[in-house]
Write a new protein. Structure first.
Length: 264
């Protein structure tokens, strides 16, 4: 319990240091990790320390209930919190291979965000995503398997750069936008334990209507396994594995890819 309180206080301190007096774009998906971050923002009233913009991209559409979206909009309006639901006309065939669907979905979501963000971008903006330790654990395992697949070796370097960047809690892009991932030391197991705490429970959490294509994605299946097996690792240990087996790219190597590659 004591360790959990310490982690919470460390997370809260890092959030306050990063967001104060800044223009914030916080990606909220309605998943466990982004829900925990949102609850912390509300419970600690962090939105009063910054210009908070909550960004939701309800795609694929069949995963979101319109009634849930409406109730969320009403809640945020009552509490005077800015939220943008970035709708898109793009579609994904429900019968598509889940692996291909996730890649296509990421591309569409990135494109939709850039259409919204680039015209209003300001120097010093902070974009917050909720990547967590279970993400990093599954990314590492994914790289191990991709490296062994001869057919996928051409795409390995690209994926390696993208995955390696996720291990950075903070990343300054060339266009003076900063990406911040405050949840990297929290496993999915720990996140769900924090969500069981009685803080700010009176707001609409359930924005996602049903499971998506990613329910059958290897990364998600691994994360479900981590939770069911109660596997909790340590960020430094996972980072050590990653750096020992694959190395750590330089900043210049990271910047061979546009910053939006690292958003989702």
């Amino acid at each position: 319990m004591m360790k959990r309180i310490q982690k919470y206080n460390t997370l809260l301190k890092s959030l306050r240091q990063k967001i104060t007096n800044r223009n914030i774009y916080f990606f909220w998906s309605g998943g466990d990790d982004s829900n925990l971050l949102l609850r912390i923002f509300l419970h600690e009233e962090l939105n009063k320390d910054c210009d908070l913009n909550i960004i939701v991209i309800p795609f694929p559409q069949h995963c979101y209930a319109i009634d849930n979206i409406i109730s969320c909009k009403e809640f945020f309006a009552i509490h005077k919190i800015k939220v943008e639901f970035l709708q898109t006309e793009a579609q994904i065939d429900k019968n598509i291979n889940p692996a291909n669907a996730c890649l296509l979905c990421k591309s569409i979501r990135r494109s939709r965000f850039l259409d919204y963000y680039l015209p209003i971008q300001q120097s010093g903006d902070l974009i917050i995503t909720s990547h967590n330790l279970s993400d990093l654990m599954s990314y590492y395992i994914e790289l191990c398997t991709v490296q062994l697949d001869i057919k996928k070796r051409d795409s390995y370097r690209l994926r390696y750069l993208e995955v390696s960047n996720k291990f950075l809690a903070s990343y300054q892009t060339e266009n003076d936008t900063e990406l911040f991932r405050p949840m990297l030391t929290f496993s999915q197991v720990e996140i769900r334990k924090f969500l069981s705490l009685p803080m700010c429970t009176n707001y609409p959490l359930e924005i996602i209507l049903q499971k998506c294509f990613w329910a059958n994605q290897r990364k998600r299946l691994l994360q479900d396994y981590f939770v069911k097996a109660d596997i909790v690792s340590d960020f430094n240990e996972v980072y050590k594995l990653m750096s020992n087996d694959f190395g750590v790219p330089t900043t210049d190597e990271f910047r061979t890819l546009p910053f939006d590659t690292y958003l989702f």
